[in-house]
Design a protein around this ligand. Sequence first.
Ligand code: GLU
Length: 467
Amino acid sequence: MSELRVRFAPSPTGYLHVGGARTALFNWLLAKNRGGTFILRIEDTDVERSTKESVDAILEGMKWLGLDWDEGPFYQSDYFPLYKEYVQKLVASGKAYKCYCTAEELDARRNLAMAEGRKPKYDGSCRDRADQPDDQPHVIRFRAPQGGATSFDDLIKGTITFPNEELDDLIIQRTDGTPTYNFCVVIDDATMRITTVIRGDDHVNNTPRQVQLYEALGFPVPQFAHVPMILGADKARLSKRHGATSVISYRDMGYLPEALCNYLVRLGWSHGDDEIFSREEMIAKFDISNVGRSASVFNTEKLNWLNAHYIKSSHPERLAALLLPHLSIREVSTLNGPDLVAVVKTLQERAQTLEEMAERAVFYYNAPVAYDDAALAKFDKELLLAVFTAVIEKLSSTSVADESEIDALFKTVCSENSWKMGQVGQPVRIALSGGTHAPGIGEIVVTLGVEETIRRILAAREFVAAK
Ligand code: GLU
């Protein structure tokens, strides 16, 4: 068998959608698994809708996910002369012809067909026209086979057959001389020697036309694998209506690229009951034969679960670096305050996203300006004042360094005063962080440092005393 060559061929008319990212991932994985080549091709023939910003956004998304390509990016807009050459080849061999029908004529015929209950399709008026003047406006149409059927064996969906009478003579070159979408795709896939086309199943209907073009041009027909769509919880195709669909917005919401890749690979592909795949495992285990036929539903909870898993198992140094932009949008500076790596260590066990982690890290750098009233109201004023005073005294008179010493110190405060741990820990947690959602007391005190801890408890004591 020849070497596997696959491609991802996004149209740069928007950001990289999670559905597109999954298509890219499947292509990339298959190439890695088989020692093949992964090509990136930007389908920018629609000049009106294609933008440089979209190209950049797509490349940024691919890079963030770690989907590196072996060849490209190739831009279709660089290949107009090539497409033209192949259009001419088809015309010369009689497999394509000039069509001079005007838009009005086509409309009138379409309306008549509909009125008579026939399927509207090009009626072939110019198929066998004797004169073919070049100086009159014309498009070029492919002379599609009449009768019979066009089939292909889809690696995911099985054999798909379309009766040829449903496929009319496709326009391959517009009046202005530009080539049309399906034609460019075929020329590119053929000249780039693509062996397997993996793409969304919204392209199934384009495939028989493309197969006919391969055959007419004498190119080998590649294998096709049409991946079922990703749906929202309501079973409609995943769109902005369901929430974020852009890969980069997942980065901005604090997901790790390996979590999103792991999540996307399981949307449609499975390997037994396995859920967690390192990149190496994905590559080793991936195969198109295990891609399912039915559409998958996007499930944010599962993505969160995977993200929490990867956050837990990441190096704190790496997380600290990734956390910085999430802190700076909160205008939190980490210059004054504890080492961010130490902060991360206290938070990474419990955070589902980096956004959540950043939210919880803020108090380490910004002392509370307000306290959770409802949480404070659970304790008598006298108890709060007594607890704060006792803790401050103990902390000031002990030189403590590590977490277990701090925990022991709190136990002593409890036993000396016959308080329960909840009566001491919770008020101190509120004093230090403003609220009750915070890591363990020992962790906070060690990370903040004893001096800062005392300062914050003093402030809380003043606040309570003034109430
Ligand atoms: N450019 C097409 C798209 O973005 C993909 C075409 C293909 O994969 O054949 O949907």
